[in-house]
Design a protein around this ligand. Structure first.
Ligand code: G6P
Length: 596
């Protein structure tokens, strides 16, 4: 959802353009409609255009010798992807140049109040910020006060990098709701929307909080509150390994991350068990034991993992559980039970829709637990408790290993609550890891199935019981990267209307992992077959029939989603590959959605 990076200073062998461009490449998962950079070299130089960072690279003048640069990669919210809407944006005299991640909700109001005849060049809300800084500076405020003044009157989210062309030995940053970190170097300092964009250059980081204003020089970083009070904050050492963010031998991150799932599951087992017991923060265990209802709040793939979580909490831990779309919950809040526990599922820990719910329920005094892959992320910092996924960095927009890791962590949490036998669960999870390995070792099957069947413009996944929840995620995976219109359907519900869409050759993929629904789902398969569908069946071995195309080794049925999802991830991957699409960066999407 837009990424920003900034650098000031000098380090032997480091060229500012390269620092900014390589940072932006790491941030492209956040948006890739357009990209731009500002370099100070005896004056401001801006290079920007719609398209990827790779395209921007071809525009940037490599001969420039500079000590200051800011950059941006965009996921369009205000205005189409175009050169003029690309960041950086400037104030009308060209004095202030800014990059922005976030959304200014009251931009129209601000335009009317302060900027009536202002010659705006772009359709973005960001240009309003640049214009306002200049407006207040022209009205007698010093630059720092002008920026803090603007921070005080804008409503919404922002991570900002701001350059004043008159003072190239300093640049400014500000943060509210959108993520931003400071990286401290020897002779230089940086900002970035995440650790990956900085880690190549330093592992010394400072965390920033909302409504903070930062002044960066090559040898100092000062943090202030919006009112100008100095804030002292101790840096921390980031443990992310720069090589974790590389694709290595893989053509796409998505395939790498699918393959990493067995390791992720094994790491979760290592983290959440001792030799003989569960290893979960006792405060979380206590809160869970005392709750009368769990509310899982999430978006996208994380929400789909939440449905499986509901199944786990209800069937294992016997705690009633509701799953809510984060963006709906904020404005249409359901009745809450007496002792609720809110679980925020989020790979990134930054999803604005989920965060809006967290802010709301905290005000109501309810307890919260975030299950996330990113240590120190906003949802992790702001919730009462955190459980980490330990899945390693996930970069492909289509989430895979975070989904299975979220389910594994929730299974352990539910099992702990139910005092489930530790060795049984550990053995089952070890089995899960091995089965996933078998699936990923035999990728050709999925390529052949995708090439043969996933050639129509629409497709259905069907399942009953927990297979229905997996079908929803499988459908999301296929549609988001292959653009095949896919629906995940409760197998028994299809006949109540949607079966009208089945035509000769429509692919229908059925998932069967639960004994009590095996025969019912097979009846539904017959119904679609007799209307012309091409059916692929993914089943567990003990429930399989001779004609099933994908038969997976048996695992305890409660953990079946951890294995049945994997073939569907591979089918999506190969369907997209067959269409020649950019698998890691599907159109119109971003991995981390930090606007509501
Ligand atoms: C975006 C991504 C999805 C992701 C969702 C929730 O829409 O494209 O892949 O599932 O955000 O993200 P989170 O980081 O909260 O899990």
């Amino acid at each position: 959802m837009c990424g920003i990076v900034g650098y000031i200073g000098f380090k032997e062998g480091l060229q500012v353009q390269e620092v900014i461009l390589s940072g932006l490449e790491k941030l492209e998962y956040r948006g890739y409609d357009s990209a731009g950079i500002c370099i100070y070299n005896d004056g401001i130089q801006i290079f920007k255009d719609k398209g990827r960072v790779a395209h921007l690279r071809t525009l940037v003048d490599n001969s420039l010798n500079s000590k200051l640069g800011i950059g941006h990669t965009r996921w369009a919210t205000h205005g189409i992807p175009s050169q003029s809407n690309s960041h950086p944006h400037q104030s009308k005299t060209g004095r202030f140049t800014i990059v922005h991640n976030g959304v200014i909700e009251n931009e129209m109001e601000l335009r009317e109040k302060y900027l009536e005849d202002y010659p705006f060049i772009s359709d973005t809300d960001t240009e309003v910020i640049a214009a306002l800084i200049e407006y207040f500076e022209e009205n007698g405020e010093d630059v720092e006060l002008a920026i803090r003044h603007v921070m005080g009157i804008i409503k919404g989210s922002y991570a900002l990098g701001i350059v004043d062309s008159r003072t190239p030995d300093v640049f400014y940053a500000a943060k509210n709701k959108s993520p931003l970190l400071v990286g401290l170097g020897d002779g230089f300092n940086m900002i970035g929307s995440d650790a990956m964009s900085i880690i190549k250059y330093t592992n010394q980081f400072i965390e920033l909080h909302d409504e903070e204003f930062i002044v960066l020089k090559s040898d100092s970083v000062s943090i202030y509150s919006i009112l100008g009070a100095k804030i002292e904050r101790t840096p921390y050492t980031e443990t992310l390994d720069a090589s974790d963010t590389e694709k290595g031998i893989y053509p796409y991150y998505m395939l790498k991350e699918i393959d990493e799932q067995p390791y992720a599951i094994r790491r979760i087992v290592a983290k959440y068990f001792t030799d003989t017991d569960y290893n979960i923060n006792p405060n979380i265990v206590e809160v869970l034991s005392n709750t009368d209802r769990i509310y899982i709040v999430a978006a996208g793939t994380s929400m789909n993992a939440g449905f499986v979580g509901k199944q786990l909490f209800e069937s294992i831990a016997k705690i009633p559980t509701e799953v809510h779309i984060a963006s709906e919950f904020v404005y249409n809040t359901p009745l809450i039970s007496k002792k609720p526990l809110f679980i925020f599922l989020s790979q990134s820990g930054e999803t604005a829709d989920s965060r809006a719910v967290l802010v709301k329920i905290k005000k109501l005094g309810y307890k919260s637990l975030t299950i996330t892959n990113v240590k120190g992320s906003t949802l992790s910092r702001e919730a009462d408790y955190t459980l980490l996924l330990h899945a390693g960095v996930e970069i492909a927009v289509a989430s895979t290993k975070a989904y299975t890791s979220q389910i594994a962590v929730m299974a352990i949490l539910a099992a702990n609550e139910a005092n489930m036998d530790v060795s049984f669960l550990k053995t089952q999870l070890a089995l899960v890891a091995n089965i996933i390995e078998t699936i990923t070792d035999n990728k050709l099957i999925y390529k052949e199935l995708a090439d043969k069947y996933l050639v129509k413009r629409n497709c259905f996944y069907i399942g009953r019981h927990v297979d229905y929840y997996v079908a929803i995620e499988a459908a999301l995976k296929l549609k988001e990267i292959s653009y095949i219109q896919t629906e995940g359907f409760a197998a028994g519900e299809l006949k109540h209307g949607t079966i009208a869409l089945i035509e000769q050759g429509t692919p229908v993929i059925a998932i069967i992992s639960q004994e009590n629904i095996n025969l019912n789902t097979r009846s539904n398969i017959k119904e679609v077959k007799s209307r012309g569908a091409n059916v692929i069946v993914i089943s567990l071995k003990s429930l399989s029939s001779a004609t099933d195309q994908v038969v997976i080794d048996d695992v305890d049925p409660i953990l079946a989603p951890l294995v049945t999802i994997v073939p569907t991830q591979l089918l999506a991957y190969y369907a997209a590959l067959g269409r020649g699409l950019d698998i890691d960066k599907p159109r119109n999407l971003a991995k981390s959605v930090t606007v509501e």
